[in-house]
Design a protein around this ligand. Structure first.
Ligand code: BDR
Ligand code: CA
Length: 313
């Protein structure tokens, strides 16, 4: 049975890989994409989401969302990682389609309410759109099937600060709301995404299978690969955002734990995700008062990378 999802994204090289999977996988019904600032500014994010769906020959609604964090000022986009255009600064074809007239938050609320209990929100950027949807209609927590977030880090440490992962750090106030809203939620963070390396030979198979979309995936990957070579000394890239979809379709490849999440919204730990395992007593109940959520702590990285490659090859 195929899973109806909304994909909330800031494309972004690894977002583009995940978008390709969401558009192609037979077990996923992509109802639409909602865009956020993050890897790029909001206009570029929307442009890239439209472009990728056109290149795949599978147009889906795209609704534009958050241009900045809820509280703190926006950090400059990481052009050295994703390119100034979000897709490795390769030359891109023109886009013909347009975004929906409604906001991302409204699109989420309307889509969830139209199919109660069916729609999964897969969020792979800063979480302002989901926070805004909760503000528009707090009762969607009862009608969403599940929320899967690529973000955070439990034991792995951070990628933009010693303790914070980029999506959470970019809007910690939104993340605090979304991760503690009490809807069924799975956090897929650096503890699992750093166990997966998409190598050049995987990317060659993907590019060969994806026509014009494959050219963009391969071209942007080449830029991203250079960043990973310099930063982590690996030959390939961590396909972070695809892991949220891998968890949705192949959960048996992951180990998860249940517990309570909190997000540090200021100070030196800003953007850190804190996880208090279910029924573990700490010095005070302070860290165990938020609703239960699941977090990914382990993964068969090689099998996930094979799944990504097989899906797109
Ligand atoms: C996350 O941050 C973004 O740069 C990536 O697209 C991914 O969503 C990884 O920390
Ligand atoms: Ca992303």
């Amino acid at each position: 049975m195929s899973e109806p999802i909304i994909f909330d994204t800031d494309p972004g090289v690894d977002d583009a890989q995940a978008i390709a999977i969401a558009l192609r996988h037979p077990d996923i019904e992509l109802l639409g994409m909602t865009t956020t600032f993050g890897n790029v500014d909001i206009e570029t994010a929307t442009h890239n989401a439209l472009l990728l769906s056109e290149l795949a020959g599978h147009r889906v609604p795209v609704a534009q969302g958050a241009a900045a964090p809820m509280v703190k000022p926006r950090h400059p986009a990481p052009a050295h990682i994703h390119g100034a255009n979000g897709l490795g600064d390769i030359e891109l074809p023109a886009v013909t389609g347009q975004a929906e007239s409604c906001s991302a938050a409204q699109f989420i609320v309307d889509t969830v309410n139209a199919r109660p209990g069916e729609v999964t929100l897969v969020a792979v950027g800063p979480l302002g759109n989901l926070a805004a949807a909760l503000q528009l209609d707090p009762s969607i927590t009862e009608r969403v099937k599940r929320v899967v977030v690529m973000g955070g880090s439990i034991k792995e440490g951070g990628n933009v600060t010693p303790v914070a992962e980029a999506n959470i750090f970019n809007d910690p106030h939104a993340a605090q709301r979304v991760l503690t809203a009490g809807w069924p939620l799975t956090l897929v963070g650096l503890d699992v995404t750093h166990r997966c390396v998409l190598t050049p030979s995987h990317m060659r198979r993907i590019a060969a299978g994806q026509g014009p979309l494959g050219e963009v995936l391969a071209g942007s990957y080449a830029f991203y690969r250079e960043f990973y070579q310099n930063a982590l000394g690996i030959d390939g890239c961590c396909p972070h955002d695809s892991l949220a979809l891998a968890w949705l379709v192949r959960p048996e490849l992951f180990t998860t734990a249940s517990g309570h999440l909190n997000v540090a919204t200021e100070g030196p730990a800003e953007g850190q995700t804190l996880f208090a395992p279910h029924q573990r007593a700490f010095i005070s109940p302070r860290w165990s008062q938020t609703p239960l959520a699941d977090v990914g702590l382990g993964v068969d990285g090689a099998a996930v990378v094979e799944w990504i490659t097989d899906t797109l090859a």
